[in-house]
Design a protein around this ligand. Structure first.
Ligand SMILES: [Zn+2]
Length: 297
């Protein structure tokens, strides 16, 4: 039996919508923008097998809307921020890569891990919670946890979530975070959508999560240097434009500069986006499989 949680869903939605209105302008620089997070969760549903995807399709709007809840919570929950990133440049990578949380605490202490981000470990933790929700056939929790898990997995695919120079503040490129993960995805829209394979089981999620993060981190240098090069050969006046958002004038990257940067990245954003979609589907599927494949048709 699937439990009916309509009232709880409505309540949750109202909270989310209110938060979205209040925080729209302040969260853009934290992670994939609203558009991409919602889209990644939406597309991941279509990687799932029929026994499972009926449940997700019935709650497709919730899966999209709740995709941005973890960013909104950052303002009200102290421990939330650390879940979205890891500053790998603060560590000797070969010493920290592939550690689980317990081993990492022994080596670096919890305080230091929290300071530099815990995205490699929140993903397996959330997946275990999702597995438990599947065991309990708790629809509200399945949808909420799946959405939030989708958010953290998506963040792990953003190169600038793996460095302390997350917004180019150390290389005189402030604004590059939202440029890469919000401005360009919003420009690309449906071009981002590629074919995804049916979800596959992940036997070792801790290891797999590290693979995604290390692959993100390997792109940091190139995405920064390509923007620095483009900036050098662009007249300062043609780099930005001002657009009106409501009554406010907002500074943003000019369309020609955005297109030139996107072209120089050579599908980097599309590739990370599509991998995020596939991996979100894989993790949801794995939690369901380990919970004994409850039928939600
Ligand atoms: Zn985030």
């Amino acid at each position: 039996m699937i439990r009916n949680h309509n009232t709880s869903f409505k309540k949750l939605f109202r909270q989310v919508l209110l938060l979205q209105l209040c925080l729209f302008y302040s969260i853009a620089a934290y992670s994939w923008g609203f558009f991409a997070h919602k889209r990644i969760n939406h597309l991941a549903i279509f990687t799932l097998p029929p026994k499972l995807n009926g449940l997700y399709k019935r709650h497709i709007h919730a899966i999209e809307n709740l995709a941005v809840l973890p960013d909104q919570r950052r303002h009200s929950l102290d421990e939330e921020a650390a879940r979205h990133y890891i500053d790998l440049d603060r560590y000797l990578i070969k010493s920290i890569a592939y550690l689980n949380f317990e081993k990492a605490i022994q080596l670096y202490t919890n305080d230091s891990l929290q300071r530099h981000g815990i995205v490699p470990w929140i993903i397996p933790t959330m997946k275990n919670r999702l597995k438990q929700a599947f065991f309990n056939r708790d629809t509200l929790q399945i949808i909420k946890l799946s959405s939030e898990l989708g958010h953290y997995i998506a963040d792990a695919h953003v190169p600038l979530h793996t460095t302390s120079n997350y917004d180019g503040q150390k290389s005189n490129q402030v604004g590059i975070h939202a440029f890469w993960e919000s401005v360009i995805p919003e420009m690309l829209q449906s071009d981002l959508e590629d074919w995804s394979a049916p979800a596959q089981y992940i036997a070792d999620l801790q290891k797999e999560t590290w693979n995604w993060i290390l692959s993100s981190h390997s792109l940091v240098e190139i995405l920064l240097s390509l923007e620095a090069k483009l900036n050098q050969k662009t007249n300062a006046r043609s780099k930005y434009i001002f657009i009106k958002k409501g009554t406010l004038l907002t500074k943003t990257y000019a369309p020609a500069y955005t297109k030139a940067y996107h072209q120089s990245l050579n599908n980097q954003i599309e590739t990370r986006f599509n991998e995020a979609v596939q991996h979100v589907g894989n993790v949801w599927y794995s939690a369901w499989l380990e919970a004994g494949q409850p039928d939600f048709k």
